[in-house]
Ligand binder design. Structure first.
Ligand SMILES: [Fe+2]
Length: 206
């Protein structure tokens, strides 16, 4: 099993980033997230962000990582957006397992109860946050440096590298339009059923 860093920063011999293989089959999230969506979302959209990062990273050393590029992008908005999208997509796809644990246990359960009251209240807040993003964007759940959970939204791209990212919800239309069309709420509900909380707990303790 590859680590997240290995998946995120896979490169060819010439130092260009290349698309890592998804750690499950493209049909594995059916019927919640369709194979067709995975084919386009992982195979085409993520690939396009990676190709763009390769074009934009020419002035950086060969061993540069996606996290380095997000942090060093400065005024280069295109580099920030594309590097952030690469990170966000790998982070998004590596949190699902239909055979996994579909409610929080362990430390993450305790933190969810502390911050949101209970898991149902957390789900409601995530759905509301996802619906509130105008246009394309992301909702992240992260742990702050003082050990508290934070839910925050980003318009377009954005990655909370100043915190420990735990879970991310992609609300770009390409994440759901083939499956639920204009029904973003139904997509978020499906998303919540596909998340494996064992993975989120590992991220918290990692
Ligand atoms: Fe996406």
């Amino acid at each position: 099993m590859k680590t997240f860093d290995e998946l995120l920063n896979k490169k060819d011999e010439s130092g260009n980033f290349i698309l890592s293989e998804l750690s499950y089959a493209n049909y594995a999230l059916e019927p919640l997230i369709s194979e067709r969506t995975l084919n386009f979302h992982y195979g085409k959209h993520l690939q396009a962000y990676i190709s763009k990062v390769n074009e934009l990273k020419k002035d950086f050393p060969a061993d540069v990582t996606i996290e380095d590029l997000i942090k060093a992008s400065g005024d280069n908005k295109a580099l920030f957006n594309n590097a952030s999208q690469v990170y966000n997509h790998y982070f998004y796809f590596e949190q699902f397992d239909l055979k996994g644990e579909h409610k929080p246990t362990g430390r993450i359960a305790k933190l969810i109860d502390e911050r949101f009251g209970n898991f149902d209240a957390f789900k409601k807040e995530l759905v509301d946050a996802g619906l509130k993003v105008f246009g394309s964007g992301w909702v992240y759940l992260s742990e702050s440096s003082d050990g508290k959970l934070i839910m925050e939204s980003f318009s377009g791209a954005g990655t909370p590298l100043d915190k420990k990212p735990l879970l991310t919800l992609d609300v770009w239309e390409h994440a759901y339009y083939l499956d639920t069309q204009n029904d973003r709420k139904k997509y978020i509900e499906n998303f919540l059923e596909a998340v494996d909380w064992n993975i989120i707990e590992k991220r918290l303790n990692g």
